[in-house]
Design a protein. Sequence first.
Length: 341
Amino acid sequence: MLDQLNQMHAAALSELANVDTDEALSDWYAQTIGRKGEVTLLLRRVGELPKEERPAFGRRANEVKVSLEAAYEETARQIKAAELEKQLRYGALDVTLPGRWIPTGRLHPTTQTLREIYAIFAEMGFQVYLSPDVETDENNFQLLNMPPHHPARDMWDTFYTDQEGVILRTHTSPGQIHAMREFCPEPIRVILPGMCYRYEQISVRADIQFQQVEGLAVGHNITLADLKGTMAEFARRLFGAERKMRFRSSHFPFTEPSVEVDMDCILCRGDGCAVCKYAGWLEIAGAGMVHPVVLRNGGYDPDVFSGFAFGMGPARSTMLRHSITDIRHFWANDLRFLEQF
Ligand SMILES: [Zn+2]
């Protein structure tokens, strides 16, 4: 039995020399010194030996076991090292390869226009003033000279909340009341950008939510000429130095007098085309001198102070600049559209 043990020992060691993977190594372990391995099974048969041979066999058995276990550990270590070497060689990072392209986002076309508008008015001394999207009926209509029965309200139907008298603003004009009440009696020069909401049919020209930029200047001796100069300067900075301006009389409840601000068509330069509907002019803003009632509601004495206000849609400006024909693209979230800007 001792010879058998020595033979097994030699055979196991020579088999182990050919083992070079984890799987082969675990197989080898199971066949030799595992719980049911041949060496283990042989050692259990020690009781079959005559008493006097048992100590010698036991000693040798122990040596064989220790030797095989050490060989097993050594082979396991070699396999691991070889594996690591392989990974280092074939999985190495080649720093000379070009990097992977990471898609970056970009600003929405309306946001790009908005930022240009901020920059232009900032250079003319206007601060950006933010006011809430959710408004009271009082701020959105009444304090802007539109009492509950006023017919102009029909043009500005909106979304209502559960709370009576609390609505989504239909224009940025309630910000005028907030700004005046905050700054009174100091002079004011602010623009009021923000989202506005109207309950109306969605079409190529109208959506239920849209950006607006309001402007407000209040002080001493402010006249319609200041409004005209400000609007002309703005249009020339945003649409090109050669732009011509015109004012048309109009009506808004919160300005008196009220005007529509037009500039010559940027596409046909006044000759007439489909974009300007063959008029040669494009409307870019509604404006006027702040109504005395509104000034008073903001805390300013209309006999001492005067002011002008204007409102424009940056989405509309963006459509003109990029010849976009459908306002619904702005909210369609279609990358094919957005990636062009
Ligand atoms: Zn035109």
